[in-house]
Ligand binder design. Structure first.
Ligand code: CTP
Length: 404
């Protein structure tokens, strides 16, 4: 497990433990994360933005409406960018403001605007920590899903001893890493098709589409984090392969079909995210086509339906399809669910700048007798939510199987 390619927003608030945020930034970066720091005004009394800028490699943000920063990455964009928000140190004041849902500075606004999980490392004097007001705020925040790391007990900067010391940076880094690992698919084997396919017209030209492979790779990553053993069958894509994933590269639909059928045996779950070309040139030219004629007609023939064939050949496999639709999304998705005999289908609106080759997306997920909306967020976060839902539905399908 690492934080490779994770986007972490580090909130630093006012407290003596802020000096440890420098070490925390370094450790998060070393684990592979992309770190952006937001400081409250009080934090700047304890550590300079320059230190955290040098360590994170990005300008540190402070004010809510800073025209230069807002032009580069607006605060809502920053909230959506994050895969995880870490607040370390989290002062009693910041925790109280988050519990109340205030949005009177950049950090509190980001915490309200993000869908990413929030991990807080409280740090304060022991009396402040044990005060019923703080304890009530902590209760409220944890009820709402905020995770805590620490505080530790021990000697405090104020000379007292007791609970309230910020957890060590290594402990916070480990807690951040563990947050991405759910274990919901531990021991399960998962096969994913992703990216576009290319259908040759002649040796130098092909028919293809706008798929980037981002959603498929994000799902592979989320499945690895959930403990699965993951194989991907990838059409041409520039996306990096997550660590621990077995990758088989293909180009045409026919190759993807062969590879998928060969790999499907012994798998538990199949997710077809590939944007497969439904048709291919019937007779690709052996040599480069010369522009001699005024018009050129290509005759296309049907490609095999990979998902349909896999679900028919492996009835015990839990099959998940994707449906990219420009209209009547629910109707088309439900139709594909039935026609291809799927266990679940994730539909997303495309066209008009939506869907393909973007970093965010939304999904409407359907299964026989059910539906859930996953609102717009980053593909990374969306993939985690979809993998959680797939794990849930998969588990339910096992429980429905007749006892041997
Ligand atoms: N798919 C596949 N092989 C194909 C076509 C599609 O495996 N030849 C998979 C896709 O990966 C996706 C799902 O099937 O998971 C839906 O693809 P789509 O092309 O939208 O559905 P079709 O059944 O082809 O319906 P239509 O073209 O009418 O939209």
């Amino acid at each position: 497990m690492s934080l490779q390619q994770r986007k972490i927003l580090l909130g630093v608030t006012g407290g003596i433990a802020a000096y440890k945020s420098a070490e925390l930034t370094r450790l998060l970066k070393r684990a592979g994360a992309d770190v952006r720091v937001v400081m409250t005004a009080a934090a700047e009394a304890f550590i300079t933005p320059m230190t955290l800028q040098a360590l994170s490699g990005h300008a540190v943000r402070g004010a809510l409406f800073d025209p230069a920063h807002e032009a580069a990455m607006g605060h809502i964009e920053l909230a959506r960018w994050a895969d995880l928000v870490v607040i370390a140190p989290a002062s009693a004041n910041t925790l109280a403001r988050l519990a109340q849902g205030l949005a009177d500075d950049l950090l509190s606004t980001l915490c309200l605007a993000t869908t990413a999980p929030i991990l807080a490392a409280p740090a304060m004097n022991r009396q402040m920590w044990t005060h019923p007001a703080t304890q009530r705020n902590i209760e409220l925040l944890t009820e709402r899903g905020v995770r805590l790391v620490g505080p530790d007990s021990g000697e405090q900067a104020c000379g007292e001893a007791g609970p309230g010391r910020m957890a060590e940076p290594a402990e916070i880094t480990a807690a951040a890493t563990a947050l991405f690992a759910s274990g919901a698919l531990a021991g399960r084997r998962l096969l994913i098709t992703l990216g576009p396919t290319r259908e040759p017209i002649d040796p130098v030209r092909f028919l293809s589409n706008r798929s980037s492979g981002k959603m498929g790779m994000a799902l592979a990553r989320a499945a690895i984090d959930a403990g699965a053993d993951v194989t991907i069958i990838a059409g041409p894509t520039a996306q990096p392969t997550p660590a621990d994933v077995k990758r088989i590269d293909v180009e045409t639909t026919a190759q993807m079909h062969n590879a998928t059928m060969a790999e499907a045996a012994g798998q538990d779950i199949f997710i077809a995210t590939a944007a497969v070309s439904d048709y291919r040139p019937a007779t690709p030219a052996g040599q480069k086509i010369k522009k001699t004629a005024e018009t050129l007609t290509l005759t296309l023939e049907r490609n095999p339906d990979i998902l349909g064939d896999v679900s028919a050949a492996f009835p015990a496999l839990f099959c998940v399809g994707f449906a990219a639709e420009t209209e009547n999304l629910a109707e088309h998705a439900r139709d594909k669910l039935e026609r291809k005999r799927l266990d679940l289908i994730a539909a997303n609106p495309v066209g008009d700048g939506l869907g393909f080759d973007r970093d965010d997306n939304s999904l409407e997920v359907f299964w026989p007798g059910g539906h859930r909306s996953l609102p717009v967020t980053t593909k990374t976060r969306l993939a985690q939510q979809l993998i959680e839902l797939i794990a849930e539905r998969y588990q339910e399908s096992l429980e429905k199987l007749p006892l041997p």
